[in-house]
Design a protein around this ligand. Structure first.
Ligand code: FAD
Length: 475
């Protein structure tokens, strides 16, 4: 067993932990990062399958994600636009594929009006929210007591409008059925992206991708950190803590440090034995943060055949098995890649099937939008983060009904030397790599202030690196 002494130990080499380590390192603090997996990147992960680049986890970046944008700019990493040219397809309640263009789904005018009313309502509620403190929203308690499903139906009696609007947050973002989380949690999702309008606009929220892939961002940060800092295959299962610091016990490395950044998803906090035990408030809080469930489906074809038919590959079906579909061809590749999503209860049903039946059902679901050519891909792969011990779901964690206003205020409090950092605890960029980066920078800033005996600026949003802020101050 190797023993190290460092200023800070970081648990988890996902985007949040690595960003925290990078900022601490640049500020002259000694760091070690202990990572359970045999790779960095956490919920961002890339593989090449039959020549096609497959982003198994997080991949898209939207224009408001300025924390992630500033990190990739610092690292010299470029982005490219998602393929958006052509018409979209909507699978209606009768299972018919309707080709359309423009922002509105091709549904009855009255339903469009009801959808716009609900979207307007969500925009107004989101505008009143500080995403860092959703529990301070003027209607926080009231909105946290009602499920998003019932909130929508309280405000519209058009079932299709409720389903269509519900899809954007339930299946599309939190990946939980709309009756399992509150309207407050839904408003946070909208507020974290700037507005509900931004969330429902796929050209905004799924705007661009990263050259070198999203996992490449974490790999580049790890490279910049250099040798002897990131230790893979080192799950931390025990964390001793006391006034002056911590001892983190990895598989082959133990680290004594003054502070620790626990940069793992909240559903895994209880995987670590804390000695002594964490306070009661954290014990309870951590039990109310659970992962959603989504299967990310990848299908690669010899060519992007839908483009020849004037289609963008963008497809929606609120009642369909594959609820969303996009052209996901990686830059410079001549093959055509589609990515689709199957959420919550529909994902449960898919995992009940054997491999052959599951593949047939999912490809039939894709063909319902794009025709029979979709039935025979050369690569068919399902991202299965729920089966991964060090994630256990996808995309991220959120609170159960009533949890956000009750437990949220405690989620970002440090417990002595222990600081929690995760995209799932972020305000802006909540559940996204952008939020992971912002939280990593904020955790680092708080720790640096503590170690240096300086004050921490509570309004720091993690958008700029600490180094640039320091340069500006000294200039
Ligand atoms: C399928 C999928 C698609 C997504 N799509 C997008 C997208 O398009 N755009 C976007 O911005 N976001 C997307 N996300 C979300 C995004 O990937 C996450 O928000 C982000 O990766 C979270 O970063 P993190 O560092 O907080 O946590 P993670 O990425 O989960 O990293 C945590 C790390 O901690 C490690 N760990 C866990 N327990 C321990 C332990 N006990 N000891 C040591 N190490 C441990 C894990 O192995 C992991 O490496 C997606 C996620 C998934 C799963």
């Amino acid at each position: 067993m190797e023993h190290l002494e460092r200023d800070v130990v970081v648990i988890g080499a996902g985007p949040s932990g690595l960003t925290a380590a990078y900022e601490l390192n640049k500020a002259g603090k000694s760091v070690a990062v202990l990572e359970a997996r045999d790779r960095v990147g956490g919920r961002t992960w890339t593989d090449v399958m039959d020549g096609a680049t497959i982003e198994i986890g997080g991949q898209w970046i939207s224009p408001d994600q300025s924390g992630l944008y500033s990190l990739i700019e610092e690292l010299g990493i470029e982005t490219f636009e998602r393929y958006k040219v052509g018409k979209s397809v909507y699978l209606n309640e009768q299972g018919e594929a309707v080709i359309y263009s423009g922002e509105d789904f091709p549904v009855a005018q009255n339903t469009v009006a009801q959808m716009n009313k609900l979207i307007g309502l969500m925009n107004d509620l989101a505008a009143q929210m500080n995403p860092d403190k959703p529990w301070e929203h003027p209607q926080a308690e009231e909105l946290d007591k009602i499920s998003f499903h019932h909130f929508l139906r309280q405000n519209s009696n058009d079932e299709l409008a409720c389903n269509n609007v519900g899809l954007f947050i339930a299946g599309g973002m939190l990946t939980k059925p709309a009756h399992t989380f509150s309207a407050l949690q839904a408003v946070l999702m909208a507020s974290s992206a700037g507005s509900f309008d931004n969330l429902v606009d796929e050209d905004f929220i799924l705007d661009r991708r990263i050259v070198g892939t999203m996992q490449g961002v974490s790999k580049t940060v790890a490279e910049r950190l250099g040798e002897g800092i990131v230790f893979l295959d080192n799950p931390v299962l025990k964390l001793e803590w006391f006034d002056g610091g911590v001892v983190a016990h990895g598989q082959s490395v133990t680290v004594s440090a003054k502070k620790v950044v626990v940069a793992i998803p909240p559903n895994l906090y209880s995987r670590i034995s804390y000695v002594p035990a964490l306070p009661r408030k954290q014990h309870v809080t951590h039990q109310h943060q659970s992962m959603g469930l989504v299967i990310k489906v990848h299908a690669v074809y010899d060519t992007p055949f839908w483009r020849e038919e004037g289609l963008s590959g963008t497809c929606f079906g609120p009642d369909a098995l594959v609820q969303e579909l996009y052209d996901n061809t990686y830059i410079g590749e001549s093959t055509g890649t589609l990515v689709g999503f199957i959420s919550d209860a529909k994902a449960d049903a898919m995992w009940e099937l054997d491999d052959e039946a599951r593949r047939a059902a999912i490809l039939k679901g894709i063909a319902a939008y794009l025709g029979e050519k979709a039935l025979d891909p050369k690569v068919f792969y399902l991202s299965d983060f729920a089966a991964e011990e060090w994630t256990r779901g996808a995309y991220a964690t959120s609170y159960d009904l009533g949890g956000l206003h009750r437990f949220g205020p405690a989620q970002n409090q440090n417990i002595g030397p222990i600081y929690f950092s995760s995209s799932d605890l972020a305000g802006e960029g909540f559940q996204h790599v952008d939020g992971a980066v912002r939280m990593g920078r904020r955790s680092a800033a708080r720790i640096i202030a503590e170690l240096d005996g300086t004050s921490y600026d509570e309004s720091y949003d993690g958008v700029q690196t600490l180094t640039i802020i320091e340069d500006k101050v000294s200039a």
